[in-house]
Design a protein around this ligand. Structure first.
Ligand SMILES: NC(=O)C1=CN([C@@H]2O[C@H](COP(=O)(O)OP(=O)(O)OC[C@H]3O[C@@H](n4cnc5c(N)ncnc54)[C@H](OP(=O)(O)O)[C@@H]3O)[C@@H](O)[C@H]2O)C=CC1
Ligand SMILES: N[C@@H](CC=O)C(=O)O
Length: 335
């Protein structure tokens, strides 16, 4: 059986999820792609940590060992921060290797460049996991709303914030305890500052902007407020009025100007995002033909994020397969 040779950058919450899913779902890959998927190598930062990986998997801290692997087909990236991730992905694309990333911090800033590099090198870049965890929002907008013009997105985009707000509202626990729980469950970033100050939701909103409008607003014009601006008293007071605070990102276009904002918003019980609780994210997408569609699902965590990445993987290799046969039939037609 032919194999798709993959390398994994990062073996934390997400990386381990990918390894687990790829290991368990070979039968699905065989059915869907006629191939198995092999994780040939894993890049990590700390060589001293014990890793639960098969012996034949190369574990390295040196990206050169990854990029020089013979016949490498795809790099799945789940490391932290803009660099060195950007450099690694740029190099992979330039070498004709497909890329799948979960790294929203890097992709928010460099989406345009990486998408262009992928196009130039005739490879694909999957980024479903960058936005709303396991909720398939990227493909919904990219492929299922092609004729529709998306007018507005209103969304809960950070699982950790929503988990904390829900825990404080429903279980009366304090902010720090709720954050610790979110960290233990693998929802929070390695440094959770960006979860609670609104930066993570902002990054996801910028990725959506790139996808929907092909551009982003000037970052300095986007108001960004996190849930760390709320007190326990704010949340309990809202509850007495049958309302809830939710951390909401909004993006829309007015004329030629993209308007975006992330902030905690007090929602009444009739608002469609009022009942989205725990780690779930939700996106209410308003388009000119269909109206408003609301998509809800797990916004963070090991398996939901791995799910988004392996779905990207399958889609990329299905596309590659189709492109290959398109080329062959073009050749035949030319003869
Ligand atoms: N957790 C989640 O629910 C989601 C996370 N993401 C994104 O996925 C990425 C990974 O998140 P997560 O798995 O939670 O993070 P973790 O902190 O759990 O894991 C990060 C992994 O990356 C490795 N790493 C970090 N920096 C480097 C580097 N410079 N070179 C090589 N390896 C490096 C670490 O190595 P070592 O093991 O040696 O420390 C670790 O294995 C992040 O970009 C995050 O924003 C996206 C969606 C959801
Ligand atoms: N820390 C993020 C992880 C997913 O993107 C979140 O909590 O949403």
């Amino acid at each position: 059986m032919q194999k798709i040779k993959a390398a994994l950058l990062g073996y934390g919450t997400v990386g381990q999820g990918i390894q687990e899913v790829i290991h368990q779902y070979q039968e699905r890959f065989r059915l869907l792609l006629g191939k198995e998927v092999e994780i040939a190598a894993v890049l990590v930062q700390n060589p001293a940590k014990q890793r639960d990986l098969p012996e034949n998997v190369l574990v390295t801290t040196d990206f050169e060992e990854i990029i020089t692997l013979p016949d490498l087909n795809v790099v799945l990236e789940a490391i932290v921060g803009e660099e060195p991730a950007l450099t690694y992905l740029r190099r992979s694309l330039n070498k004709g290797i497909h890329v799948i990333t979960a790294n929203k911090m890097m992709f928010a800033r460099h989406a345009r460049e990486l998408l262009e590099t992928a196009r130039e090198n005739k490879v694909h870049i999957g980024f479903e996991a960058t936005t709303a965890g396991g909720t398939p929002i990227i493909r919904t907008i990219d492929q299922l709303l092609q004729v529709n013009r998306v007018e507005k997105v209103e969304a809960i985009l950070n699982g950790t914030s929503n988990y904390i707000l829900t825990a404080m509202n429903d279980r009366f626990i304090d902010f720090d305890t709720a954050l610790t729980e979110a960290q233990e469950k693998g929802y929070a970033e390695a440094d959770p500052t960006h979860d609670i100050d609104g930066t993570d939701a902002f990054n996801k909103l910028m990725i959506l902007s790139q996808l929907i409008y092909g551009e982003q607003p000037d970052w300095l014009n986007v108001r960004k407020t996190g849930i760390n601006s709320l007190t326990e008293a704010d949340i309990q007071h809202a509850k007495q009025e049958n309302k809830k605070y939710k951390h909401i990102g909004v993006i829309k276009k007015e004329g030629n100007t993209i308007i975006a904002e992330v902030s905690p918003v007090l929602l009444s019980s009739t608002h469609p995002l009022h009942h989205i609780d725990g780690v779930d994210n939700a996106l209410a997408i308003t388009s000119d033909i269909v109206g408003t569609i609301t998509l809800t699902g797990p916004g963070a965590g090991k398996l939901p994020t791995a799910s988004a990445m392996v779905e990207d993987l399958v889609q990329i290799f299905q596309k590659e397969h189709a492109e290959f046969y398109e080329k062959i039939s073009e050749k035949h037609a030319a003869v």
